[in-house]
Design a protein around this ligand. Structure first.
Ligand SMILES: O=C(O)c1ccccc1NCC(=O)[C@H](O)[C@H](O)COP(=O)(O)O
Length: 269
């Protein structure tokens, strides 16, 4: 039976065909080559200091439906940056998340910190596209890729100067990410088959990730308490969407999360 992830990816492939008809492979490669060099997001995420917050521009989702209209994604991203976010995640998948490459362009114009193109990457074309639109980080979902695809897209991200956030959901996927040589590994607490969130997955998988990797806790973070919990479990960074787009005061919300992470590191509740 097809999973939610399978359905999303089949829509992604359809939309990809349309974009490839408008801008061919040669042209997208040229656009990627002409883009300013990618920021070293892996180094910024690995830098000493407080927990790093990757703040997401997210309008809707398969699990929650409509979350926020976000008429001006650049303004939202600017607020995240002002609050101390280390990077901005921009969902560019249109059908299920309401995002677009236009959002990525708008955000790129506004902020100076690294940008994650948050999409379901299944082809080389999307990688060039990400770079052409100013992304510094791309997402590779281990569950969506076989070993050859994972290796090739990971290699391509490095060749393009981008950081790969390699996303895992279980022990086997974590082993595949580590074997790949990923430097930034995200544990997604959301099961992409059931869409249920299991926050304890981070703690179960974090010890399988080498300490010289950046460990990112992803999904289902409701506020500062969850950040504190993930930091106590060894998270270096956290990817937050829904709580930031629905909570109001995005700058302050990011700041409060960073502070909660700092207190958790010091062992203070
Ligand atoms: O958010 C979903 O419902 C979802 C469903 C299927 C595949 C991916 C999905 N989300 C993408 C993400 O990884 C999240 O947007 C990101 O981790 C932030 O999650 P949250 O803070 O829970 O909005």
């Amino acid at each position: 039976m097809a999973t939610v992830l399978d359905d999303i990816i089949s829509g992604v492939r359809e939309d990809l065909k349309t974009r490839m008809r408008a801008i061919g492979p040669v042209q997208i490669i040229e656009q990627a080559a002409a883009a300013p060099a990618a920021l070293d997001a892996a180094a910024m995420l690995a830098a000493p200091g407080p927990v790093k917050i990757i703040s997401e521009v997210k309008r809707k989702s398969p699990s929650k439906g409509e979350l926020a209209t976000i008429p001006d994604p650049a303004e939202l991203a600017g607020s995240y940056e002002a609050g101390g976010a280390t990077a901005i995640s921009v969902l560019t998948e249109q059908r299920r998340f309401g995002g677009s490459l236009d959002d990525l362009d708008a955000v790129r114009e506004r902020v100076r910190i690294p940008l994650l193109r948050k999409d379901f990457m299944v082809s080389e074309y999307q990688m060039f596209e990400a770079r052409a639109h100013g992304a510094d980080i791309i997402l590779l979902i281990v569950a969506a890729l076989d070993d050859r695809q994972l290796h090739d897209l990971f290699q391509q991200s490095a060749d393009l100067g981008m950081t790969a956030l390699v996303e895992v959901h279980d022990e086997h996927e974590t082993e595949r990410a580590v074997e790949l040589g990923a430097r930034v590994i995200g544990v997604n607490a959301r099961n992409l088959k059931t869409l249920e969130v299991h926050r304890e997955m981070f703690g179960k998988l974090a010890h399988l990730i080498p300490d010289d990797c950046v460990k990112v806790a992803e999904s289902g973070i409701r506020g500062p308490e969850d950040i504190a919990y993930y930091v106590s479990q060894g998270a270096d960074a956290a990817l937050v969407g829904e709580a930031l787009v629905t909570g109001g005061e995005p700058s302050q919300a990011v700041r409060t999360m960073i502070e909660a992470g700092a207190r958790a590191r010091q062992g203070v509740a």
